[in-house]
Design a protein around this ligand. Structure first.
Ligand SMILES: Cc1cc2nc3c(=O)[nH]c(=O)nc-3n(C[C@H](O)[C@H](O)[C@H](O)COP(=O)(O)OP(=O)(O)OC[C@H]3O[C@@H](n4cnc5c(N)ncnc54)[C@H](O)[C@@H]3O)c2cc1C
Length: 405
């Protein structure tokens, strides 16, 4: 299954990782506290990233076509090591880009992908909108409806999306909607809603516990009309898929599960970045801080905690790289290895940051040190892109072959 997998990045990949790390250390880390407190999209940092070529279609396309899958994992870890909220402000566009990349026709990719990023002088953002107030973990119950209007060759979309990264702020939205409610998740289709389309607007913007430099909001679609050309993959392919679903054959919804498995390691890599940042900080602090006449790291209670933190970080990275490699090399996720990586890295981020706060004591609880922010930031990784419970469900079903509930 993993024959050929080599957990050793190439020289080129290590160079890219070092370049992203340098950007993260020089630009992201110093800006992290300010944007966490402002709870706004960090435009100046995105501009710097665009000028450096990090926020760009080129960088994402190279990462999405890298044969080992490791390059994006390395970059996501390094960005998130700088700050998870700012990292998501930079990487969030990638969610919509991946959807267009995976489901769009070559013409659609050529038209929409460049518009997701814009240029360093005219930066654009994109958003990927699936979740709804009544459809979070249970994606099959989406209520957002897309109806085809044959007289105008357009789709009319109505519904409300919630918790959307870059929602409403984005220039381009990719919206997943129901086209045949009787088919549940097999009746879903994805639509590009281009910049300036009437009928799409931002609803509530959410104030959050962590990753506060990333914008999260509702997206309201009210008689939002898009040309048929905005249906990702095209109408012919959709009609064929719906016909197969009505006959009960395997359809794109099951294929979509494979897509999730392939994207989860990159969210896991972001969790890993936060965990590593907290581990490194706590290690240095424990060497410096003296109590009872010795460095606190000389107590087993502290050094064993650090040993466990390091072990979990390294174990998470191996799971992330294995799943990233499998996804890119078309290997079947027979034990839901993508979900394993997300589950383990997400819970590792929470565990490691909590221990980092403990190792810093009072200093870990106040904003003079970043571990307090990392602790808050880490929690999202057990929630979005599938909660930990949903990852366990996916893994349990994969290993048992049963419809575990
Ligand atoms: C900051 C942020 C950014 C986000 N960005 C995006 C985005 O860009 N695009 C997007 O589409 N969505 C986004 N989301 C939504 C996110 O993916 C959902 O929040 C997530 O899938 C969980 O859905 P929910 O919040 O409705 O929780 P619910 O589904 O209501 O779950 C509540 C609890 O019940 C548990 N639960 C539910 N069903 C089961 C089950 N069958 N077995 C066991 N336990 C279960 C869950 O694990 C959880 O603990 C974002 C969310 C946040 C907070």
């Amino acid at each position: 299954m993993t024959e050929g997998f080599c957990p050793q990045p190439s020289e080129d990949q290590l160079q890219v990782a070092a370049w992203v790390h340098e950007f993260s250390e020089r630009v992201i880390r110093p800006a992290a506290q300010e944007w966490d407190e402002r709870e706004e999209t960090p435009w100046p940092v995105i501009e710097e990233a665009a000028k450096a070529g990090l926020y760009s279609l080129d960088f994402m396309a190279n990462s999405l076509t890298d044969k080992s899958g490791l390059q994006l994992a390395l970059a996501a870890e390094e960005l998130s090591w700088g700050d998870a909220g700012i990292a998501l402000a930079i990487l969030g566009t990638g969610l919509a880009v991946s959807a267009i990349f995976m489901s769009g026709t070559p013409e659609q990719q050529g038209e929409w992908l460049p518009q997701c990023y814009g240029t360093p002088d005219d930066i654009k953002l994109a958003a990927f909108a699936v979740s709804e107030p009544d459809a979070g973990s249970d994606v099959s119950s989406l209520k957002t409806r897309a109806a085809y209007d044959g007289t105008k060759d357009e789709w009319v979309i109505n519904g409300t999306k919630t918790w959307i990264t870059n929602g409403g702020l984005a220039n381009t939205h990719v919206v997943v909607a129901q086209v045949d409610p009787e088919l549940g998740s097999r009746g879903h289709a994805s639509f590009v809603v281009p910049e300036g389309t009437p009928g799409i607007s931002q609803g509530r913007k959410f104030k959050k516990l962590g990753i506060r430099a990333s914008h999260t909001a509702e997206v309201v679609l009210d008689e939002c009309r898009v040309p048929n050309a905005c249906l990702l993959g095209g109408k012919e392919r959709l009609d064929e898929r719906l016909a197969r679903a009505r006959e009960g054959t395997r359809t794109a919804s099951q294929v979509a599960m494979g897509t999730f498995e392939a994207s989860r390691p990159y969210v896991a890599a972001q969790a890993l970045g936060v965990a590593r940042a907290a581990y490194e900080y706590a290690l240095e602090y424990a060497k410096e801080r003296r109590q009872f006449g010795r460095a606190i790291i000389e107590n087993q209670a502290i050094s064993f905690a650090l040993a466990d933190m390091r072990t979990r970080v390294d174990a998470a990275r191996l799971l992330v790289w294995r799943a990233a490699w499998m996804g890119r090399n078309g290997r079947p996720f027979s034990a839901a290895e993508g979900s394993q990586s997300k589950l383990y890295a997400g819970e590792t981020a929470v565990w490691v940051t909590e221990h980092a706060v403990q190792i810093l004591g009072g200093a870990g609880y106040v904003r003079e040190h970043p571990v307090e922010r990392w602790y808050r930031d880490s929690k999202i990784f057990t929630i979005f892109e599938g909660t930990s419970e949903i990852q366990r469900l996916v893994i349990a079903r994969a290993i048992s072959g049963l419809r575990v509930n």
